[in-house]
Design a protein around this ligand. Structure first.
Ligand code: FPP
Length: 251
């Protein structure tokens, strides 16, 4: 077993087992608004700072050889926010993709969208498609940007696609099982998340990866997302490595 030593944010030593890094980490990037409010800044500044936190965490996941990182950036429910906040988040997405694409590509990262791109402003959809087309053959970290994503909408979409395939004679009812359903989701071909991280003190799933989280380990923290650092990620991974994952069995 390869073991490396890292210091966490309390300056204690964490023993991270590099052979037991979660394959798939998913993060609900929450607390941007509160972070901004605490600083008497507009909420959009919180989202801007959230992008900076994301950049650091992507780099750290890449360094740790995490295979999949899925980040919840804009939910199907977030359209109910004020128009200027929604458009600021859309702008940040476009900026992020334009500014980071080359470096991410150099680092062998695949940029993938999970969510309904058809409901996004044309420019966002175009930049997401462009980022995917430019990086799809990379073999490193897969960065799933959950944009216009909702777990229920994803499952409804899967039902509809299955119904269509049955109607067209491509699928038989008796072939429907867990694996087949997984293959109708945006995360087709990817393993379920091992670890779901939610900062900012909230302890709920908020319609994120509802099907895929059946056996995920959850990790919560009071830190708002813009303050989330690589040390917090290491702490989450350390805690994950000390969980007893039984998948319904007994040892
Ligand atoms: C949740 O915090 C955050 C969001 C709804 C948006 C997250 C968006 C980004 C980090 C920027 C865009 C992403 C990319 C990939 C470029 P909140 O606003 O609900 O915070 P609050 O609960 O404190 O109000």
């Amino acid at each position: 077993m390869l073991e490396k030593f890292y210091k966490d944010n309390k300056n204690t030593i964490l023993h991270i087992d590099e052979d037991n890094i979660p394959t798939h980490i998913a993060i609900i990037m929450d607390g941007n608004g509160r972070w901004a409010k605490q600083r008497k800044l507009p909420r959009t500044m919180g989202h801007k700072a959230g992008v900076e936190a994301l950049k650091k965490i992507v780099r750290e996941c890449d360094r740790l050889k995490v295979k999949y990182l899925t980040v919840y950036a804009f939910s199907t429910e977030n359209w109910q926010r004020p128009k200027d906040e929604v458009s600021a988040i859309m702008k940040l997405l476009v900026q992020y993709l334009r500014r980071e694409l080359d470096e991410l590509n150099k680092n062998n990262v695949v940029i993938n969208n999970i969510g309904d791109t058809s409901g996004l402003p044309e420019l966002c959809a175009r930049e997401l498609t462009n980022a995917y087309n430019n990086t799809k053959d990379n073999t490193g970290l897969v960065l799933n940007l959950a944009f216009n994503y909702g777990g229920r909408a994803e499952i409804v979409r899967a039902f509809k696609l299955m119904a269509l395939d049955i109607k067209n004679g491509l699928l038989k009812e008796e072939d429907i099982n867990d694996n087949l359903v997984s293959n109708y989701l945006y995360t087709k071909g990817m393993p379920d998340p091992d670890l779901i991280i939610r900062p900012s003190g909230e302890q709920r799933l908020s319609n994120f990866l509802l099907w895929q989280c059946a056996y995920s380990e959850f990790w919560y923290s009071n830190i708002n997302w813009p303050d989330f650092k690589k040390e917090d990620l290491l702490q989450a991974i350390y805690d994950y490595q000390n969980r007893d994952r039984r998948f319904g069995k007994i040892k």
